[in-house]
Design a protein around this ligand. Sequence first.
Ligand SMILES: Cc1ncc(COP(=O)(O)O)c(C=O)c1O
Length: 387
Amino acid sequence: MPSESCPVTPPMPPTPPPTPLRPATVAVTAGRPPHDPDNPLNVPLTMASTYVAGGDVEYGRYGNPTWTAFEDALGALEGGRCLAFSSGLAVVATVLELVGQGRKVVAPRHAYNGSVMQLADLEARGRITVELVDIEDTAAVVTACSDAALVWLESPTNPALEVADLAPVIAAGHEAGAYVVVDNTFATPLLQQPLALGADLVVHSATKFIAGHSDVLLGALATKDDELYDVLRKRRELTGAVPGTFEAWLALRGLRTLHVRLDRAQGNAQELVRRLGDHPAVGEVRYPGFGAIVSIVLAQGELAADLLTRKTTLWVHATSLGGVESTFERRRRWKSEPATIPDALVRMSVGIEDVDDLWDDLAGALDDLTGEPSTTTTSESGVLGGP
Ligand SMILES: Cc1ncc(COP(=O)(O)O)c(C=O)c1O
């Protein structure tokens, strides 16, 4: 028996290296106030245009604790430092300002049409040159990168759902001395982490899956590069493209459940892809194998696609994507959508409802289409570009 007067202290086991938290835990815990007595669990809404002088913030365009909490959480998920903006397109505009006068940007021909319109506008005004590429043709993209100042990637693309081979394209961009940017809106940091693959910047329309409830417009970027972070933060201050406080708060609230929502929506999408493939009204199903966006091309053409979007009761005919509710639209109803997107393509944003209800609603509308060919006129939006 060990003697009480002579205690033996057992050797301490070596301290294990801290286990990095898994993404679901990061989504729930990052950007919270410290666990001090009486602290709120959630960051409060700090509605302030100005702060008492002498501190670090001073003015509402320079910072806000509610933005910071959102940025800490999204940055932790992307593996970098994050900045929030007033919308996804405000991020696109800010990042494109990195390109020197007359220099070249390589971008997907089927990137989100708002991004492509910004590129075209800058090119028309002589600011930059643009080469649009098929991002699935890796060899062609690598060649195009050789004299680029910035390589813009979006993967999967909206709405063609093409997927880029990120690693070799990022390497080719860096070899040319270009910034490489990945729009990660469709994949979210839970399905793809471009910074870990070497990208300089990740951009998001946080309006979509990150906020997740179709009630917020917000943009965000993330980077591991402190210098780039400082430059872009300064540009946000100069342009004033800052987020609203309530928007940042709502987006953080949405981010807390991103993993649960995405898991359910992706499961629903995969099941619908299986069922859609067998329906005679559907000519083609496009799905990259992950995520919650599916595009279908109607076998009977664009009139059938328009009719479909008017025949359902659960599926909402609406633009945008990434919310809890299922929405869909014929993308070519937007004048800015390129002619290489099929006229009869319907982009579907699969929500988190019961998949059998979603299928019953959709299958009922598709069955009707096979019965009666459409005679209605096609719908066209009066607005230029659809999200
Ligand atoms: C892939 C992608 N990037 C950027 C944007 C622009 O974001 P926002 O509408 O928040 O300005 C969108 C909008 O649909 C998008 O789909």
